[in-house]
Design a protein. Sequence first.
Length: 467
Amino acid sequence: MILQQAFEKYIKEQHLFAKTDQLLLAVSGGVDSVVLCHLCYKAGYRFVIAHCNFQLRGAESERDEAFVKQVGQNYNTEVLVQRFDTADYAAANKLSIQVAARELRYNWFYQLLCDYNLNWNKNESVKSGWHVNIDSTAGRTYLATAHHLNDSIETMLMNFFKVTGIRGLKGIQPQSETRNWLVRPLLFATKEQLVNYAAEHGLSFVEDSSNASDKYTRNYFRNQLIPGIKKVYPQAEENLAENLKRFAEIEQLYQQAINTHKKKLLYARGNEWHIPVLKLQKTTPLDTVIYELTAPFGFTPQQVPDIKNLLNSDTGKYVASATHRIIKNRRWLIVAAATAGTAATSIIEAEETVCYLEQQTLQLQQLPADGYKIKKENTIAAVDAKLLKFPLLVRRWKMGDYFYPLGMKKKKKLARFFIDQKLSKTDKEAVWVVVSDQRIVWVVGHRIDDRFKITPATKTITELRLV
């Protein structure tokens, strides 16, 4: 009963699920998942079983499927089976067998959860084609897997050698951080404890012959590396288990510190993020902070030196990830989506008089309204200075942009404005806009917005000149 009590205690301590909730148990037929079924049954949890047949081991895969169906009969519960053409899927998507199997099974599990209306995704339209006789009104339904402590230790070591940072060293978590419907209630127990429990209760299970092969990375860690380490450090597994707890708490402190830096250094500007160069240069540890600021935008640790070089580079230099660019613009780094046909936003602070735009510059000058004569050149715009809110943003136009053309009281989409102006495709791609507080001030080289025009009440004029 010791493992049973520890199991129920762990579920309560980690707030994984309640007796009113329902479980979808991922059962392979191995000792881990068989013990999970027995523990859930003894604890009084309601569950159904989901089994994946990856059709990779011939007769052995068929044996596992038949065995799991028998397990369901033993507990008088429904068993759902999905057969996958794993090898074909892996080849078609250029994936390893392990990654392909993982994608297939979790996609299926997610479809099942959506199909059962399990109080997680009530608006989902994904359908698995299954019907399960469980009461979806009584609490939530969770997918429970049989990952145990040894799995978490192996994951920690694998992540260490893959350089995942502190986040990867905390191993597997009892509740998934990205899929809150996925729980792992056996993480407190070692493999040895689960095997002993199965023996004590006369539980039969099947062995996956591929577990003995060192072809897969995890198996090599399990069968070769960790046993080798234990020859030198007999208490290695116990010590690593303690380190999992420490690393989890260290990661919490680490994230608190990173979030503090993000609040000081990341400024949202529309769809972009702006980082002040001077503040960033004074930050320590600089490499780590740069990585954490930029990683959400697809930048890698290997790109950190290039991003650091931007701090002292000329305006216009940039570093690109698969989805974003970081562009140096005077005193700022600008993180912008790398969308085809768009360019980076430039920032104009209140005290600045020039802004660099690729092969052009935009010059600003404050002039008294008294005696000012409006220029006819389309490269010069004059607006009421008091209506501008700094910093101004200068960017390429994008679909959905609109403004109130000078002399008009109704807004017009820029796309329609360009059609009326008979601009060619290449001409349109080259158009910049000046933006104040998310309102377009000037479609550069074409027309100002009527809301910023000079009136008899205007005292100071901001003149913008494209050179």
